[in-house]
Design a protein around this ligand. Sequence first.
Ligand code: DAT
Ligand code: MG
Length: 140
Amino acid sequence: MSTERTLVLIKPDGVRRGLSGEVISRIENKGYRVTSLVMMSATREILERHYAEHEGKPFYEPLVEFMLSGPIVAMVVEGNRVIEGFRSLSGATDPTVAAPGTIRGDLARDQGTKVVQNIVHGSDSPESAAREIEIFFGGK
Ligand code: DAT
Ligand code: MG
């Protein structure tokens, strides 16, 4: 049994709109386990580490500003193939075309902003998951 772990963030748009419970329900209803959870205000330093791969892209600064615009929820979620599974629950990055039935497809849409506001983040590989869990939960 190779139980995997992923980092899930509920972004400020999700928290602001009162969708944290809905997102957690979808994760739990799918059968994954939330093993750590914290509501927090991210810092620029944390976000610059977390989004390092996007530095220099046109949406990078708006992305960091957006993630600083309100509290977020950070979670570690566990289960077999949860990295792939949560990305599937989330849907495509662009909420306009994310499939209905997914978190982004059902709950988000284009707001005309420089950065896409799409409710959730989920790690995209085992290496990213380990790196991101360390950023948000290292030392805990
Ligand atoms: P994902 O969150 O689906 O892994 P990503 O890692 O490529 O997507 O990008 C991080 C976030 O940045 C994404 O959730 C929304 C925003 N974003 C990505 N590409 C964008 C684009 N072309 N224009 C505006 N915002 C974008
Ligand atoms: Mg990503």
